[in-house]
Design a protein. Structure first.
Length: 312
């Protein structure tokens, strides 16, 4: 799907039909024909289109000096469409921003919140200011990261509360899935931060005085997201390790109890085994003697293990 926007005379962004100078071309999940239109009619470098649509691509900046185009790829958080559990898990997807002469093009493989927010007009966008539009998109991505990180923290707290009530594998698997999302976030946020640092140098993408504050805000937001992701990942890992130790201790206690039960239950077999042999000279060779002896020995052994420090 392709949408073309341009800021009008009154400063409001309007959707137009054909590309014009100073427009913004938003491409989401393009068909093969739409990709060919981007490459042949608009003039976007084919490698830039393929890189933007590659789900495994990480954040970086590239330049085509011959066509005077700059590609900026940034990772944004998204729900994992292949998640099999009822708890939401997250992955990161790339969005490409191609800065060309006369227009700016954003390319994404699927619908995403950062681009949709700019398209909706909730954030004031001037399509003729390409650098500012790029920074606004990066700011929307950083805010989306912060929102998803808070959601992961809330889900982690809910799962931890359920773990206090019942130690089940289901809750531990949920914690593992959240930890997996944090690993994806950590690698993508670090790559995005490196990309923003390259933008700050101003060698490939010129930024102006009025964009300085916005660029600093973007960098601060990403650094905050990196720190939050690191803290949540460490807390999540420690929580999983703590509950794993608790489950191991519970298993050891159960094994101790089963061992005591096995030893106690083996005493009657030993006593009746002796009295069941065809030998003479056994004390009190009557029916009630092995029964009483077994009961006394079982109680004595049980009391011994109950007060023994080894089994406490």
């Amino acid at each position: 799907m392709i949408k073309i926007f341009k800021t009008g005379q009154h400063g409001l962004m309007e959707q137009i039909r054909q590309p014009e100078k100073g427009c913004w071309i938003s491409v989401v999940d393009p068909t093969r024909e739409e990709q060919r239109w981007l490459e042949e009619d608009v003039g976007v470098v084919p490698e830039f289109v393929r890189a933007s649509l590659d789900p495994e691509e990480t954040s970086y900046i590239d330049q085509d000096e011959e066509r005077e185009q700059v590609l900026v790829i940034a990772d944004y958080p998204a729900r994992d469409p292949e998640a099999v559990s009822d708890i939401p898990t997250f992955v990161t997807q790339p969005v490409g921003v191609v800065m060309m002469k006369g227009c700016i093009v954003t390319i994404a493989g699927e619908e995403n919140e950062p681009v949709s927010e700019l398209e909706s007009g909730r954030t004031r966008v001037n399509t003729t200011q390409k650098t500012r539009l790029l920074l606004l998109l990066l700011l929307a991505i950083s805010q989306r990261f912060l929102y998803c990180l808070r959601q992961i923290d809330r889900l982690s707290n809910q799962t931890e509360a359920r773990l206090y009530k019942s130690m089940k594998n289901r809750e531990l698997l949920h914690m593992l899935q959240l930890d997996k999302s944090l690993v994806y976030f950590s690698s993508s946020l670090k790559a995005d931060e490196l990309t923003i640092n390259r933008i700050m140098r101003g060698k490939l993408i010129p930024h102006y005085t009025e964009d300085t504050d916005l660029l600093e805000d973007v960098l601060i937001e990403f650094r905050q997201a990196v720190e939050m992701c690191s803290n949540y990942s460490e807390l999540n890992s420690r929580t999983m390790d703590g509950f794993s130790n608790v489950i191991s201790n519970n298993m050891n206690d159960i094994m101790k109890e089963l061992t005591v039960i096995t030893l106690v239950m083996s005493i009657p077999n030993m006593v009746y085994g002796f009295y069941g042999m065809n030998v003479t000279g056994l004390p009190f060779p009557v029916m009630w003697c092995p029964l009483v002896l077994s009961i006394v020995l079982c109680i004595a052994v049980w009391l011994y293990f109950r007060h023994s420090r080894t089994f406490k």
